[in-house]
Design a protein around this ligand. Structure first.
Ligand SMILES: [Zn+2]
Length: 167
């Protein structure tokens, strides 16, 4: 079973073992969390920490994950150690830093799945750099979301000639 641990209750060394400047990395994670929170506020959702650590039962923690969404639309930024399977125990490097926005397909539902509006993935060998990159990725996510009013995002899954549909 997955477990989500808010950032303030965790230890960044869970996600970034070997980090050199823990203070700077903590500030980057805080910045990323603040940007996700601004996305939530823009969408009219409750404020509060969005970024946290995630683990599966019995497995060492592997990353920080933050997600925000309205029905049919998901926005997320993460920094994690990619693993081959749930039982992998690799600690990193590398770290994968991702940011994405995806919307449910308005025409074919689950047969199609979801459409990507934003999809960024970058790999880092250095934990300090990965933490910094996560703050940057969250910033670009924030920029995309702020560029349009909340009403746009809320109407997106069903809107005509928008990313939820096929050309
Ligand atoms: Zn589709």
């Amino acid at each position: 079973m997955d477990e989500f641990i808010p950032m303030r209750d965790g230890d960044l060394r869970w996600a970034f073992p070997g980090v050199r400047d823990a203070h700077a990395a903590a500030e980057e994670l805080q910045a990323a969390d603040g940007r996700l929170e601004r996305i939530a506020v823009h969408l009219g959702l409750s404020a509060g920490g969005r970024l946290g650590y995630e683990r599966c039962e019995g497995i060492t923690l592997t990353g920080v994950f933050g997600a925000v969404g309205v029905p049919g639309v998901r926005m997320a930024a993460s920094a994690f150690v990619p693993r081959r399977c749930l039982h992998g125990r690799r600690a990193g490097p590398p770290w994968m830093v991702t940011a994405y926005i995806e919307v449910d397909c308005a025409e074919y539902g689950e047969d199609c799945g979801s459409h990507e509006i934003l999809c960024e993935e970058e790999e880092f060998d250095d934990p300090d750099e990965a933490a910094r990159a996560l703050a940057g990725a969250a910033g670009r996510l924030l920029g995309e979301v702020l560029a349009r009013p909340a009403a746009y995002w809320r109407a997106l899954p069903a809107s005509a000639d928008l990313p939820g549909r096929h050309a």
